[in-house]
Design a protein around this ligand. Structure first.
Ligand code: MLT
Ligand code: ZN
Length: 470
């Protein structure tokens, strides 16, 4: 049993309505989307400003209370799980939305602003925050930065860290250790902001950010193609790169994913042919074309015909208007919720794009051998070499037995990933779920340096204890 100071002290700091120990609230705010661990926080609080976050952290530091910083809680690695009597520090009320600086192409926002709200705020100015996640309605800017979120358009825009100008963050002892700036260029020494990005709340708590904005994307077209193999999917990617059209997204999902999406959503079958893999390709359309080039839509149509003729794809469809494109995107975006009832073990790996086909062949061989009869759903961001390998819990298998089997299998899977020069966490982070495998992918010296950094910034170890680094 953890001893905690009287809750009244925290209520005195924030007001009684900003602190709760209600069991329903503890369950809701104490967990993310991993659903592997039981939520068991001591309390949850909702500060309204950076000054209040600082006050809470000062108090936690003085009292030795462990803190789990919490954003939209859509994470899949357990980074926002409170499992051991921690205080959940929710950034939900930090919803400041600054004016859009059109000339500087930037905006300052609070950590609790959801991606979609930010995108709607910037759209009237012809600008947007290009970290585009399937969970954009719930995921927040603070969480995006704490985990260096990627999403559906990394192939075009990169990760959250690429769009960060200034970061406001509060350190473990309540001091503001990084401040908001709005500079495109700032080479005044090492970049503390970028060290905090992706640290999953273990080094400091992100309270606000100045974000760089991209121009709102122009018209795009989306193609969905049924392909016989990952090799064929990569051939589509190689050709997409040569089209002289901007590649906005290149996603893949397996036929098993499609079956689950169809069963869960009732959406109609998108193509007549059912093949092992589907590639979803989004390309920018330059509306006018040029004297030497037919318009982009026509070029895409011809390309699709070619892919079908040379049998790189067995079936395909093209959407050139927004509504039709959204319908095709739904088959990809609704995979996560469709697999959720099977409480999947989510492996989120990456290998160099050029080695992906070879990796998938080896993966399949290993799956056939080590998980015979299991449903393993593959999908992800092929343009980035990022594959989500979701093992679904076999019907009737107890959760504990499933987790043990997955833990055993992960060892071999990550050895395979390491052999391909890959990463065990392409975008979901480390959290609780992946921590034990870190030594396979980061050298001893690297882990020592990171440990020293953690110790320097959080000597009492109160920030998200047990996550990422021990
Ligand atoms: C996605 O690509 O849809 C997300 O990473 C979520 C997931 O892996 O389930
Ligand atoms: Zn993903």
């Amino acid at each position: 049993m953890n001893l905690r100071p009287p809750i009244g002290e925290l209520q005195a700091l924030l007001g009684a309505e900003a602190v709760s120990q209600d069991p329903g609230e503890l369950l809701h705010w104490g967990r993310d989307w991993t659903r592997i661990y039981a939520a068991a926080p001591w309390a949850v609080c909702w500060p309204r400003s950076t000054a209040e976050v600082a006050a809470v952290l000062r108090w936690c530091h003085a009292r030795g209370v462990p803190v789990v910083p919490s954003g939209g809680r859509t994470g899949l690695a357990g980074g926002a799980m409170a499992t051991a009597g921690e205080l959940v520090l929710s950034l939900d009320r930090l919803r400041y939305l600054g004016p859009v600086d059109v000339l500087n192409r930037s905006v300052a926002v609070g950590a609790g602003v959801p991606n979609q709200v930010l995108q709607e705020h910037c759209a009237p100015h012809g600008l947007w925050w290009p970290v585009d996640l399937a969970a954009k309605g719930t995921a927040t800017i603070g969480g995006n930065l704490a985990t260096n979120a990627g999403g559906l358009r990394v192939v075009r825009y990169g990760h959250a860290r690429n769009w960060l100008l200034g970061l406001e963050a509060v350190g473990a002892d309540g001091q503001i250790i990084s401040e908001l700036r709005a500079l495109h260029k700032d080479n005044s020494g090492p970049d503390l902001r970028q060290l905090l990005v992706g640290s999953e709340g273990t080094l400091a708590v992100v309270t606000a950010a100045t974000l760089q904005l991209a121009p709102l994307p122009g018209p795009t077209a989306v193609a969905l193609l049924a392909c016989p193999s990952m090799q064929a999917v990569l051939e589509v990617l190689a050709q997409a790169h040569t089209l002289k059209l901007e590649l906005h997204a290149f996603e893949v999902f397996s036929d098993l994913c499609l079956s689950h999406v169809l069963a869960r959503t009732g959406l109609p079958q998108p193509l007549q042919a059912r093949l092992p893999f589907y590639a979803l390709v989004e390309l920018g359309l330059d509306p006018a074309g040029s004297a030497h080039q037919p318009p982009a839509g026509a070029r895409m149509e011809r390309w699709l015909e070619r892919l079908l003729t040379d049998r790189t794809a067995a079936d395909g469809t093209l959407a050139v208007d927004h509504r039709a494109a959204q319908k095709l995107w739904a088959y990809r975006e609704r995979i996560t919720e469709s697999l959720q009832p099977w409480t999947p073990r989510k492996n989120d790996i990456s290998v160099p794009v050029s080695r992906l086909a070879e990796f998938v062949v080896e993966l399949q061989r290993w799956l056939d051998h080590s998980r015979p009869g299991w449903q393993v759903a593959l999908f992800g961001h092929v343009g980035d070499g990022n594959l989500h390998i979701n093992a679904l819990r076999p019907e009737g298998m107890a959760m504990v037995e499933f987790q043990q089997a997955c833990d055993l299998a992960d060892e071999a899977l990550y050895q395979l990933v390491a052999r391909f020069g890959g990463s065990m966490s392409a975008e979901h982070g480390i959290g609780l779920v992946k921590k034990r495998w870190l030594p396979l992918f980061r050298s001893k010296a690297e882990l020592q340096a990171l440990g020293a950094l953690k110790h320097a910034l959080d000597p009492a170890g109160i920030l998200n204890p047990g996550k990422v680094l021990s």
